[in-house]
Write a protein that binds this ligand. Structure first.
Ligand code: NAD
Ligand code: GLY
Length: 377
């Protein structure tokens, strides 16, 4: 049985006729995966997709738990890294699924970070026009963000996440003990998205802590970096609740969901200009958030004090990243036009409009944008 300390967040998708799925969050619960698959899916065969770094850490535990419940299983072990969130990895999963003769009643399980989750989810969405999908996120970023809400995708050389789908999992199993094997830099990638939730909390429509999320993050920084069990579990759960609240209102990003892209307009362009090398997603998003904060202040949407408060929090979490000088601001500006966030030829920006409140703007002029980029070197 799953322990008492385990908590569950329910993600509801009204557009899919009251479909909902649980995010089961706890410590040392990877060995429950077999039991949970049995509960939620009537599968016989399971294809587990992971990568060369995660398989040696957690592959055996997953394997044991699934075999114990009598499932027939196989693995796809991808190369590690954002560079491999591509068509080749997708084809490797499709190929194995065909050879393994997976049927629609069976399931594909993603074991890893956001890269494995995104590419595996897209494979699950497209194989046999859709097969059951389970997420086991093992990075902080994937636990607080990418495993929630059903965005699945691969990158294309012209842009990030350009080919994809909305495809919800049957359940998410989040074991916070997997964070112990993450490097501090990888933890900070997830923390960049956590800080994003702090900055947009009010607009998500939740107020679930005794204090504001920004204040909570200020007070609990040491416990978070020390991976204190209770604090991390509360943090992961609250981030999932914030995201679920947004996805519940706008699964397909017709409006509100775009607020989750705070910091991502500049961030994604930096990642693309860097060819997905030498800078990771969290670092790029941290830089992008500083750019969005600057534009918000420049447009007098927030005052100087609040601008400084947000920057200080980013600094407290060591988000002191800069754009590499080999990428100039014109290149980043051009890269923004190749992004999904462009609508009718206009770049969309999520800007702060008040304390922890954001809105989407499509009228940020080039001069302001270049000025913002120039402070980020
Ligand atoms: P990642 O998947 O590349 O993982 C980061 C690194 O940590 C990799 O080297 C990975 O192998 C390793 N790793 C994974 N789990 C580990 C563990 N427990 N211990 C040690 N190492 C471990 O990157 P990420 O930061 O998890 O995810 C980034 C991706 O997520 C990007 O592609 C981004 O576009 C995507 N994303 C998607 C969504 C969404 O809604 N679908 C949201 C945010 C980000
Ligand atoms: N990470 C943005 C979203 O899920 O919508």
């Amino acid at each position: 049985m799953i322990s008492n300390k385990t908590q569950t967040v329910k993600v509801e998708i009204p557009a899919q006729q009251k479909y909902f799925y649980p995010i089961i969050i706890g410590e040392n619960i990877l060995d429950k995966v077999g039991e949970l698959v049995k509960k939620y899916i009537k599968a016989e065969k399971l294809l587990v997709v992971t990568n060369k770094k995660v398989y040696p850490l957690y592959g055996e535990k997953i394997k044991e738990s699934l075999l114990k419940e009598g499932f027939e299983i196989d693995f796809v072990i991808l190369e590690d890294g954002e560079k491999h969130k591509n068509i080749n990895s997708l084809e490797a999963i499709w190929q194995k699924a065909i050879e393994f003769k997976l049927e629609r009643k069976d399931a594909i399980i993603a074991l890893g970070g956001g890269v494995v989750g995104d590419v595996t989810g897209f494979a699950a969405a497209t194989y046999l026009r859709g097969i059951y999908f389970v997420q086991i996120p093992t990075t902080l970023l994937s636990q607080v963000d990418s495993s929630v809400g059903g965005k699945v995708a691969i990158n294309n050389k012209l842009g990030k996440n350009l080919i994809g789908s909305f495809y919800q999992p049957k359940f998410v199993l989040t074991d916070i003990s997997t964070l112990k094997t993450l490097s501090v830099e990888e933890l900070k990638v997830g923390l960049a998205e956590v800080l994003k939730y702090g900055i947009i909390e009010k607009s998500c429509g939740l107020n679930g802590l005794n204090t504001t999320f920004l204040q909570y993050l200020r007070q609990n920084k040491d416990a978070i970096f020390a991976l204190d069990t209770d604090i991390i579990q509360e943090l992961v759960k609250y981030c999932c609740e914030l995201k679920a609240a947004v996805v519940n209102k706008d699964e397909k990003e017709a409006g509100l969901r775009a607020i989750l892209n705070f910091g991502h307009t500049i961030g994604h362009a930096i990642e693309k200009c860097s060819n997905y090398e030498n800078i990771n997603h969290g670092q790029a998003i941290a830089i992008g958030m500083k750019g969005a904060l600057f534009i918000s202040k420049k447009r007098k949407l927030i005052d100087e004090n609040y601008y400084k408060t947000c920057l200080e929090l980013l600094d407290l979490y060591g988000m002191d990243y800069k754009i590499n000088k080999s990428i100039n601001s014109e290149m980043i500006y051009e890269a923004m036009f190749g992004d999904k966030k462009v609508l009718s030829g206009k770049i969309r920006f999520v800007l702060l409009t008040g304390e922890s409140e954001v809105s989407v703007f499509n009228d940020v002029d080039k001069e302001t944008l270049i000025e913002a980029l120039n402070i980020l070197y």
